[in-house]
Design a protein around this ligand. Sequence first.
Ligand SMILES: Nc1ncnc2c1ncn2[C@@H]1O[C@H](COP(=O)(O)OP(=O)(O)OP(=O)(O)O)[C@@H](O)[C@H]1O
Ligand SMILES: [Mg+2]
Length: 434
Amino acid sequence: MFSVVDPETGFTSSVIRDPRRFVGRTELIESCMNALSAREGVIGVYGKRGVGKSSLVRQIQQMANGNYDIAQKAGLAHLIPKTPRRYYTVYYACDSSIGNTVDLIKRLCNDTEVEDGLLRLVPDVGKELEEFSRSDDDSSGHDLRLVKWGAKGADSQKYASFIPNDPIQSFRNFVGAALDANNRVWSKRDGLLILLDEFDVIGQKNHMGSLIKSLTAPTVKFGVCGIGQDLGALINDHKSVARLIEQGAIHVRPMNAEETRQIFSTAEKLFKGVVTFAPDVVDQIVEISEGYPYFAQLIGKACVQYGNNTGFNNIDRKIFGEVLDRIREGRSFPNLEEQYQLAVGKSKERAMLLVLLAEQRSDAAQYNDDIGRVVLQKTRAAAQGLGIDYIDQLMPRLVEQRYGPALVKGSEQRGIYEFADPVFRAYVKLRTLD
Ligand SMILES: Nc1ncnc2c1ncn2[C@@H]1O[C@H](COP(=O)(O)OP(=O)(O)OP(=O)(O)O)[C@@H](O)[C@H]1O
Ligand SMILES: [Mg+2]
């Protein structure tokens, strides 16, 4: 019998916090466990856009709180330490208005977020905290969230320990005070874990590595996360933290086929069996989504929505064919479609060129497949065959910031590009020309 279901029950395009929704990544989880167990060290999570970095960081946060469900699920139960190091955790998503290292530390010292902010952990008269679980089931591994600011209110300037002209010293004071004060009240923890997401957008990253190094201690661990092909892209002066980061360099790559399949078996479980996907449909989605869980989740959601509208809970080949047609016509994913329209403008030729570039296969021998570079030269002949004569006039819009950009320079060499967003590339491959 058909029933309408909420697509979000099984699929999500948001960062995954709940370990029950998180699939695969066994080796990465193992590395994260090692990094958390290390007395001293920095964690660096990097990879392409939309590949699943933030979701992994949220799982690191869970484990830091002592919730090792994700490790259990990944079959790593035997590696869970008997008494794991436990941390109070701070999670902060950086933005492009953070100009430099001092800005960042100031932001941290002023972050009033009640579940993730540093300030919530800093003691103050009258301040009240409570334990809470970061997953839907109330399992072990609780973190602290703020229920009441102290008598002095949320303004950090009023904290006695805040030194106006020396945010770095303030930060040290805050961290020390947070650990001591909370250890008197709550079950004792070994340190503070400061997770900095979207680290790639910070303007001036000079000296970030040496700052992190100077602040790292057995009681303070940093985890930085952002888009990049290597650690150097994330922390310019990463050599200064090389020794500290040795164990904690975590490269998130596209998922393998089995992992993407698990997104669908997990969804079926979350839907309590009401929604099912035919195996050949899942195989098709595995191929289309190219290891990017974001695209797989979006397509899953679109299937369930379409099923709701047409009265089906079993997504078979026929239903999926109809879903795919809608995607191809640009009717399913407004954000990707907007990017697409912005990139191609009104030019049919540019749309064709973009498709040709998206479909270009990187030569595995020449380029690491994971890099996904495209070479303009390789497309010229095909484009001319299709009657596109003026490639060089079509290109600028594809690389200009204000139109996306769809493409970014892939290397110093001329004519080598990379799709800024690999999910967008996968979308372009599907999209039929208007
Ligand atoms: N392990 C996973 N299992 C299931 N789905 C996942 C997993 N990791 C990520 N996803 C899904 O993929 C999408 C992108 O995840 P996430 O936001 O963590 O990626 P990201 O690399 O941080 O992206 P960005 O580069 O945009 O910051 C989300 O829809 C999320 O639900
Ligand atoms: Mg992210």
